[in-house]
Ligand binder design. Structure first.
Ligand SMILES: [Zn+2]
Length: 343
């Protein structure tokens, strides 16, 4: 971490804007990063370690299921760790109608950064700063991928209690909220760190269009695959991934507009993956099966997230199997009595 990150961070224990680098921390490297050391809170005296360049800002009471989920995904992001050129197109597809210009000169918060694929995109697209948060060890991979960006800050923290100040122009979370024990609370917590008038964006799994997953794959994930040792699951995912990869190559060639065959399930989704190498398909299959927590959300479950405290909300179906939402934070629209209880 660089000390410039401190202007965005809060103590995860008392919420105070009072974290300081301790005197016994290692001196900064030539690129400005402090790789080992600690932060201490001048308000409540809590201490938080910095390890491998990443401050670990966890409150003492993080639920076990969240740590377990994060550690299962770390198995994915440390194994399939490289960044690829098609991530850029994927990302702006997920957060549309936001485009690259919407990130320029913005102070950005990323809720759940995994290996840092989106952190790197936003940092390279001219964000003033991006603070990328993850609960698991994948944050170390994200740090390695983004340490050369002077505007990127990676931290370990809990998205349901993010150790950052409410100063962000834009917060986003792609593919993460549906893995929290309470996705709606995750969205509220992400939005709570956005300044009034700033924007919040997310992409989550839909239940609509994913009926076969909720019916056939989900029970298998819950009962078996999420409990398998990661190395074994990686190997077990190779045969179905090979079948899927072959099916994509044979049946899902995109047309001139990038659209997939309308008659086949997930037409546009798989057509977008037509040029992906096999190991990306393998990673996607593993991703579906590895996690202990995954919610497939209906429109009527997601739409109420914007019910109060937002304006200009847009919720749209993304390729028929997921939801993308973007809205502007407008706290003045919340009744005063309720506003008093907001962070
Ligand atoms: Zn404190």
């Amino acid at each position: 971490m660089r000390t410039s990150a401190l202007e965005y961070l809060n103590c995860p224990k008392c919420g105070g804007a009072s974290l300081k680098l301790t005197g016994d921390s290692a001196p900064a490297e030539s690129d400005g990063h402090i790789l080992t050391g600690a932060l201490s809170c001048a308000n409540c005296a809590a201490n938080f370690p910095i390890r491998n360049g990443v401050p670990i800002l966890l409150p003492p009471d993080v639920a076990q299921v969240k740590l377990e989920t994060a550690s299962r995904f770390a198995e994915e992001w440390t194994r399939w760790s490289d960044l690829r050129d098609y991530y850029d197109r994927e990302f702006f597809d997920w957060v549309a109608p936001l485009g690259p210009k919407d990130f320029e000169n913005q102070v950005v918060l990323e809720g759940g950064c995994g290996k840092g694929r989106h952190t790197a995109i936003v940092a390279s697209r001219g964000a003033k700063a991006i603070v990328a948060l993850d609960l698991g060890e994948s944050a170390f991979v994200a740090f390695a991928h983004t340490r050369h960006f002077p505007n990127a800050h990676v931290i370990i923290g809990d998205l349901l209690n993010p150790p950052v100040r409410p100063v962000f122009d834009l917060a986003f979370s792609v593919g993460v909220l549906h893995h929290l024990p309470d996705p709606a609370a995750g969205f509220r917590s992400l939005a709570s760190r956005v300044r009034d008038g700033g924007r919040v964006a997310f992409w989550v799994y839909g239940q609509e269009g994913n009926e076969w997953i909720t019916r056939y794959v989900d029970p298998l994930r819950k009962a078996i695959t999420s409990r398998l040792p990661a190395a074994f699951l990686r190997a077990a995912c190779i045969p179905p991934a090979l079948l899927l990869w072959a099916a994509i190559k044979l049946l899902y060639r995109p047309d001139a507009n990038g659209r997939g065959p309308a008659k086949l399930p997930y037409g546009d989704y798989f057509a977008a993956q037509y040029h992906y190498p096999f190991d990306e398909i393998h990673a996607n299959v593993f991703d579906q099966l590895v996690t202990p927590v995954a919610f497939y959300l209906r429109e009527d479950q997601v739409r109420p997230w914007f019910a109060s405290g937002f304006r200009d909300a847009i919720l749209r179906s993304h390729r028929g199997y997921s939801w993308t939402g973007v809205a502007t934070v407008a706290r003045a629209s919340i009744p005063a009595a309720r506003r008093a209880n907001q962070p």
